[in-house]
Write a protein that binds this ligand. Sequence first.
Ligand SMILES: [Cu+2]
Length: 347
Amino acid sequence: MKRKFYTFVSIAVAASLLAACGNTGGKEAEKESAKAGTHHTNSEVLAAHKDLNQKPVPLKMERIGPHDVKIEMTAQITDIEIDKGKIYKAWTFNGQVPGPLIVVNEGDTIHFTLKNMDPAIPHSMDFHAVHASPSKDFVDVMPNKSGTFTYPANNPGVFMYHCGTKPVLAHIANGMHGMIIVKPKNGYPTDNEVDREFVLIQNEWYKYNDMDDFQNGVPSYVVFSTKALKTGDRNTNGDTFTLKEEPLVAKVGDKVRIYIENVGPNEVSSFHVVGTVFDDVYIDGNPNNHLKGLQTVMLPASGGAVVEFTVTRPGNYSIVTHQFNHAQKGAVAILKVTETGEDDSGH
Ligand SMILES: [Cu+2]
């Protein structure tokens, strides 16, 4: 009985969210999905997505002026292995979940194009790093169409981006999220001390495309991924196993910096590295938000930080959210610290 009620409520809420979004995409989306024969069934692969597994498309990012960056991304449907043998037909940016890392400089203007390769539903882009008019600059891009938007990134930091198409929860929970770093003009006061840098993103996975579970349930998995800061770095998807089997690696004595972002969609992260203390933390990655000596950094849904710590002894350091129900569901990554700074286990 209770279950039925929740299902009813969630369908009603989803329907009203769709109805509420007026002429920006909801109606179009309904039309499109009706055309595709996919009208509103929960927990299912949309009919138009069933035979779709679009090959990941590399991020296109090009500096076109001293303060201008051109970025082109795709919205696409791609299979992601979220747990050993468990495939999620994700709604993605560029075929990765989280989407590719974007790095720009403080003061850059972003010239952004979203190419929507999804044949069935609209998608959009909401960068937390920019000042924009959401109703103009973050609007829906219809299936098989492109949209171009321009906005400045004037605040340094570590920010979330995500699809903002209604219902937003479904688009984020199905995989449309990522990290954008806006590098501070004058750097961080600790730049000279840092030996190694990594990116980590925390996200949740729920039952497949299940609005009721997204809204009222608990995550099936909570996971970490890493993204490439420079050529040669790895891009992994948010899964339960990769960063345990193939750890991040550092050298004894290194000061390690991690750009961390919690994309949620629903849970907070209590970010902690076992065996060390964060000497320097910049909340949301802004050099003005400098804190010292933290054991755990609280990241709200969409929150980011830069954390720095020194690894003094060799061994495996577990990187976790200290909400251990979530660590148990996957949110553990290993930082392997060796004398040489190379992984000596044969990976
Ligand atoms: Cu979307």
